[in-house]
Design a protein around this ligand. Structure first.
Ligand SMILES: Nc1ncnc2c1ncn2[C@@H]1O[C@H](COP(=O)(O)OP(=O)(O)OP(=O)(O)O)[C@@H](O)[C@H]1O
Ligand SMILES: [Mg+2]
Length: 212
């Protein structure tokens, strides 16, 4: 992966061969600027690589045009970000329902079930700015998972949370993906998620190194 063109271009990721198994939880470590977000953006179809192919299940992201990628993303990929990125004008329940609406799915009972699973039943009608950071991130995780996409990408999901809250949120996150057999690729600086993950990789000078 390179940014820019000609003499101003910067190579970020070198040739790499990355595969995650269905249902696997993979943590990607690496110092700031090592390319973690770039890797997630490629996996999520927000960026296109200069060369190579990206396949998710039977679908080849790199063969799709932008519109097809956007459609695929909506259906098949959940995202969790450091800054939570909830929609401020929607309530907790409405934020959770969004992926269902966008995918024309009518299973309304999934929202109360997810609220309960997140321990947020009594927060359903609140707005994001009336929640703590940990609560906001639980909603964001619920929103990423509610339509059970095969792949969830998380970029520094605990970067804005204190240590105790991080632990709670990570444990819940890992339980939920395992219950549903969802593949989770999580970029982080912190060593906390490592104990919960199936595999830990480190990005170093554009290459992925297996840390076990
Ligand atoms: N749009 C862009 N144009 C040019 N260079 C970029 C762009 N986005 C990122 N980069 C560069 O690519 C490299 C990798 O950035 P990336 O955001 O993937 O790192 P990161 O590992 O996620 O870092 P952090 O831990 O700080 O989030 C950095 O050197 C960054 O400056
Ligand atoms: Mg980043």
């Amino acid at each position: 992966m390179r940014y820019g063109s000609g003499s101003l271009s910067t190579g970020v990721l070198e040739a790499m061969d990355f595969t995650a198994e269905a249902g696997e939880f993979v943590v990607v470590l690496g110092r700031s600027g090592s390319g973690k977000s770039t890797l997630l953006n490629l996996l999520g179809g927000m960026d296109q690589p200069l060369a190579g192919t990206i396949r998710i299940g039977d679908d080849e992201l790199t063969a799709m045009d932008e519109e097809a990628r956007a459609r695929f993303r909506r259906r098949a990929i959940g995202f969790v970000f450091q800054a939570f990125n909830l929609l401020p004008t929607l309530t907790v329940a409405e934020n959770l329902a969004l992926p269902l609406a966008l995918n024309q799915r009518r299973e309304r009972d999934l929202v109360p079930a997810m609220l309960e699973r997140l321990g947020l039943q009594d927060r359903a009608t609140r707005y994001p700015d009336q929640l703590s950071g940990g609560e906001q991130q639980r909603v964001a995780i619920g929103r990423a998972l509610i339509h059970s996409p095969p792949l969830v990408l998380a970029d520094e999901p605990t970067g804005n949370l204190d240590a105790d809250t991080s632990q709670q949120v990570l444990r819940l996150f890992s339980e939920l993906v395992r219950e549903r057999g969802i593949t989770l690729v999580m970029a982080t600086h912190s060593s906390e998620p490592q104990a919960l993950a199936d595999r830990v990789l480190r990005l170093d000078h554009g290459r992925l190194v297996d840390c076990g």
